[in-house]
Design a protein around this ligand. Structure first.
Ligand code: TYD
Length: 213
Protein backbone atom coordinates (compact mmCIF):
# COMPACT_ATOMS: atom_id res chain seq x y z
CA UNK A 1 0.00 0.00 0.00
CA UNK A 2 1.25 3.45 -0.91
CA UNK A 3 1.83 5.96 1.88
CA UNK A 4 0.12 9.33 1.89
CA UNK A 5 1.99 12.53 2.67
CA UNK A 6 -0.10 15.33 4.20
CA UNK A 7 1.37 18.69 5.23
CA UNK A 8 -0.09 21.54 7.31
CA UNK A 9 1.01 25.01 6.27
CA UNK A 10 0.27 28.59 7.16
CA UNK A 11 1.58 31.68 8.92
CA UNK A 12 2.73 31.69 12.54
CA UNK A 13 -0.19 31.37 14.93
CA UNK A 14 -2.69 30.11 12.34
CA UNK A 15 -3.67 27.19 14.59
CA UNK A 16 -1.81 24.35 12.82
CA UNK A 17 -0.56 22.76 16.05
CA UNK A 18 -4.04 22.60 17.59
CA UNK A 19 -5.45 20.89 14.51
CA UNK A 20 -2.42 18.60 14.32
CA UNK A 21 -3.23 17.36 17.86
CA UNK A 22 -6.85 16.76 16.94
CA UNK A 23 -5.88 14.93 13.74
CA UNK A 24 -3.53 12.72 15.76
CA UNK A 25 -6.43 11.67 18.01
CA UNK A 26 -8.66 11.17 15.00
CA UNK A 27 -6.18 8.81 13.28
CA UNK A 28 -5.56 6.90 16.53
CA UNK A 29 -9.30 6.45 17.10
CA UNK A 30 -9.73 5.11 13.57
CA UNK A 31 -6.75 2.77 13.92
CA UNK A 32 -5.06 4.31 10.92
CA UNK A 33 -1.32 3.71 10.64
CA UNK A 34 0.29 7.16 10.68
CA UNK A 35 3.13 9.24 12.02
CA UNK A 36 2.90 12.88 13.11
CA UNK A 37 5.95 15.08 12.73
CA UNK A 38 7.04 18.69 12.27
CA UNK A 39 9.55 21.06 10.70
CA UNK A 40 12.03 22.41 11.37
CA UNK A 41 12.94 19.29 13.38
CA UNK A 42 11.30 15.90 13.34
CA UNK A 43 14.58 14.03 13.90
CA UNK A 44 17.29 14.35 16.55
CA UNK A 45 19.63 16.06 14.08
CA UNK A 46 16.76 18.19 12.77
CA UNK A 47 15.80 19.32 16.29
CA UNK A 48 19.42 20.38 16.89
CA UNK A 49 19.31 22.38 13.65
CA UNK A 50 15.93 23.85 14.73
CA UNK A 51 17.49 25.11 17.97
CA UNK A 52 20.26 26.87 16.04
CA UNK A 53 17.80 28.47 13.60
CA UNK A 54 15.33 29.71 16.20
CA UNK A 55 17.80 30.74 18.90
CA UNK A 56 17.30 34.45 19.61
CA UNK A 57 21.04 34.91 20.13
CA UNK A 58 21.74 34.15 16.44
CA UNK A 59 20.84 37.67 15.34
CA UNK A 60 23.61 37.73 12.73
CA UNK A 61 22.44 34.69 10.77
CA UNK A 62 22.53 35.37 7.04
CA UNK A 63 19.32 34.68 5.11
CA UNK A 64 21.25 32.16 2.98
CA UNK A 65 22.45 30.30 6.08
CA UNK A 66 18.90 30.23 7.41
CA UNK A 67 17.54 28.81 4.14
CA UNK A 68 20.26 26.15 3.98
CA UNK A 69 19.67 25.12 7.60
CA UNK A 70 15.94 24.67 7.00
CA UNK A 71 16.76 22.64 3.90
CA UNK A 72 19.34 20.59 5.85
CA UNK A 73 16.82 19.81 8.57
CA UNK A 74 14.32 18.83 5.86
CA UNK A 75 16.85 16.62 4.04
CA UNK A 76 17.49 14.66 7.25
CA UNK A 77 13.77 14.47 7.96
CA UNK A 78 12.95 13.04 4.52
CA UNK A 79 15.86 10.59 4.67
CA UNK A 80 15.35 9.35 8.22
CA UNK A 81 11.63 9.57 8.81
CA UNK A 82 9.30 10.63 5.99
CA UNK A 83 10.47 8.36 3.15
CA UNK A 84 10.79 5.23 5.31
CA UNK A 85 7.27 5.78 6.70
CA UNK A 86 5.79 6.34 3.23
CA UNK A 87 7.54 3.21 1.96
CA UNK A 88 5.87 1.29 4.79
CA UNK A 89 2.50 2.56 3.53
CA UNK A 90 1.89 4.93 6.45
CA UNK A 91 0.15 8.26 6.42
CA UNK A 92 2.64 11.01 7.24
CA UNK A 93 1.19 14.15 8.85
CA UNK A 94 3.75 16.93 8.88
CA UNK A 95 3.51 20.46 10.28
CA UNK A 96 5.27 22.67 7.71
CA UNK A 97 7.34 21.54 4.72
CA UNK A 98 8.90 23.10 1.61
CA UNK A 99 6.10 25.68 1.16
CA UNK A 100 7.21 27.31 4.44
CA UNK A 101 10.74 27.78 3.07
CA UNK A 102 9.42 29.23 -0.19
CA UNK A 103 7.24 31.73 1.72
CA UNK A 104 9.55 32.62 4.65
CA UNK A 105 12.99 32.46 3.02
CA UNK A 106 12.02 32.83 -0.66
CA UNK A 107 9.68 35.79 -0.20
CA UNK A 108 9.99 36.93 3.46
CA UNK A 109 13.77 37.07 3.32
CA UNK A 110 13.73 37.99 -0.37
CA UNK A 111 15.99 35.12 -1.52
CA UNK A 112 13.67 34.24 -4.40
CA UNK A 113 11.20 31.38 -4.70
CA UNK A 114 13.16 29.55 -7.42
CA UNK A 115 16.48 29.82 -5.58
CA UNK A 116 15.01 28.39 -2.39
CA UNK A 117 13.20 25.69 -4.36
CA UNK A 118 16.53 24.62 -5.90
CA UNK A 119 18.32 24.01 -2.61
CA UNK A 120 15.27 22.16 -1.31
CA UNK A 121 14.97 19.99 -4.41
CA UNK A 122 18.52 18.90 -3.72
CA UNK A 123 17.63 18.08 -0.10
CA UNK A 124 14.34 16.22 -0.51
CA UNK A 125 14.82 13.84 -3.42
CA UNK A 126 11.71 14.90 -5.31
CA UNK A 127 9.23 14.03 -2.60
CA UNK A 128 5.98 16.05 -2.79
CA UNK A 129 2.94 16.19 -0.48
CA UNK A 130 -0.20 14.41 -1.72
CA UNK A 131 -2.21 17.04 0.14
CA UNK A 132 -1.33 20.38 1.73
CA UNK A 133 -3.81 22.02 4.08
CA UNK A 134 -3.18 25.74 4.08
CA UNK A 135 -4.51 27.48 7.22
CA UNK A 136 -5.55 30.89 6.09
CA UNK A 137 -5.95 33.75 8.59
CA UNK A 138 -5.50 37.45 8.27
CA UNK A 139 -1.85 38.18 9.21
CA UNK A 140 -2.68 41.02 11.60
CA UNK A 141 -4.84 38.59 13.58
CA UNK A 142 -2.21 35.84 13.79
CA UNK A 143 0.61 38.13 14.82
CA UNK A 144 -1.57 39.53 17.55
CA UNK A 145 -2.47 36.04 18.82
CA UNK A 146 1.17 35.00 18.83
CA UNK A 147 2.65 37.99 20.61
CA UNK A 148 -0.01 37.79 23.32
CA UNK A 149 0.89 34.15 24.02
CA UNK A 150 4.64 34.26 24.54
CA UNK A 151 7.82 36.10 23.83
CA UNK A 152 8.44 34.35 20.53
CA UNK A 153 11.46 32.70 18.87
CA UNK A 154 13.88 34.37 16.44
CA UNK A 155 11.47 34.12 13.49
CA UNK A 156 8.38 35.15 15.43
CA UNK A 157 10.25 38.17 16.72
CA UNK A 158 10.72 39.48 13.18
CA UNK A 159 8.68 42.62 12.64
CA UNK A 160 5.21 42.91 11.18
CA UNK A 161 6.67 43.82 7.76
CA UNK A 162 8.47 40.47 7.52
CA UNK A 163 5.32 38.55 8.44
CA UNK A 164 3.28 40.56 5.96
CA UNK A 165 5.80 39.61 3.27
CA UNK A 166 5.54 35.95 4.30
CA UNK A 167 1.76 36.18 3.99
CA UNK A 168 2.09 37.82 0.56
CA UNK A 169 4.49 35.01 -0.36
CA UNK A 170 1.98 32.34 0.63
CA UNK A 171 -0.71 34.06 -1.46
CA UNK A 172 1.64 34.12 -4.46
CA UNK A 173 2.52 30.45 -3.94
CA UNK A 174 -1.13 29.40 -3.70
CA UNK A 175 -1.66 30.93 -7.14
CA UNK A 176 1.56 29.49 -8.54
CA UNK A 177 1.18 25.93 -7.23
CA UNK A 178 -2.52 25.29 -6.69
CA UNK A 179 -2.14 21.50 -7.20
CA UNK A 180 -2.84 19.53 -4.04
CA UNK A 181 -3.18 22.65 -1.86
CA UNK A 182 -6.51 23.13 -0.07
CA UNK A 183 -7.27 26.40 1.65
CA UNK A 184 -8.78 26.13 5.12
CA UNK A 185 -10.57 29.12 6.64
CA UNK A 186 -8.69 29.13 9.95
CA UNK A 187 -10.57 32.13 11.32
CA UNK A 188 -13.46 29.79 12.20
CA UNK A 189 -13.88 27.81 15.46
CA UNK A 190 -11.49 24.93 16.15
CA UNK A 191 -14.28 22.42 15.49
CA UNK A 192 -15.09 23.98 12.10
CA UNK A 193 -11.43 24.18 11.10
CA UNK A 194 -10.98 20.54 12.10
CA UNK A 195 -14.05 19.49 10.08
CA UNK A 196 -12.80 21.33 6.98
CA UNK A 197 -9.45 19.55 7.36
CA UNK A 198 -10.98 16.10 7.80
CA UNK A 199 -13.19 16.63 4.77
CA UNK A 200 -10.11 17.11 2.51
CA UNK A 201 -8.16 14.28 4.14
CA UNK A 202 -11.03 11.84 3.70
CA UNK A 203 -11.28 12.72 0.01
CA UNK A 204 -7.59 11.92 -0.51
CA UNK A 205 -7.88 8.67 1.44
CA UNK A 206 -10.90 7.67 -0.61
CA UNK A 207 -9.23 8.54 -3.93
CA UNK A 208 -5.93 6.84 -3.12
CA UNK A 209 -7.11 3.86 -1.15
CA UNK A 210 -10.79 3.57 -1.90
CA UNK A 211 -11.52 3.61 1.83
CA UNK A 212 -14.18 5.59 3.61
CA UNK A 213 -13.01 6.33 7.15
P1 TYD B 1 7.06 26.42 13.93
O1 TYD B 1 7.61 25.83 15.17
O2 TYD B 1 6.23 25.56 13.09
O3 TYD B 1 6.26 27.72 14.34
P2 TYD B 1 4.70 27.87 14.53
O4 TYD B 1 4.27 26.79 15.47
O5 TYD B 1 4.61 29.24 15.11
O6 TYD B 1 4.08 27.78 13.19
O7 TYD B 1 8.23 27.00 13.02
C1 TYD B 1 9.18 27.83 13.55
C2 TYD B 1 9.42 29.00 12.65
O8 TYD B 1 10.17 28.61 11.51
C3 TYD B 1 8.16 29.65 12.12
O9 TYD B 1 8.27 31.04 12.38
C4 TYD B 1 8.21 29.41 10.64
C5 TYD B 1 9.66 29.23 10.35
N1 TYD B 1 10.00 28.39 9.18
C6 TYD B 1 10.69 28.97 8.11
O10 TYD B 1 10.98 30.16 8.11
N2 TYD B 1 11.06 28.17 7.06
C7 TYD B 1 10.79 26.84 7.03
O11 TYD B 1 11.14 26.15 6.03
C8 TYD B 1 10.08 26.26 8.13
C9 TYD B 1 9.77 24.79 8.13
C10 TYD B 1 9.70 27.07 9.20
Amino acid sequence: MKGIFITLEGPDGSGKSTIMKKLTHYFKDKNIDFIGTREPGGTEIGEDIRNIILDKKNKNMAAETEALLYAASRGQHVHEKILPALKMGKIVLCERFILSSLAYQGVGRGLGIEEVRMINDFAIKGIRPDLTLFFHVDPSLTLDRKTKRNEGDRLEKEGTEFHKEVYRGYMELLKKYPENIKIIDASKTIEEVFNQSICHIEKVLKNQRGVIV
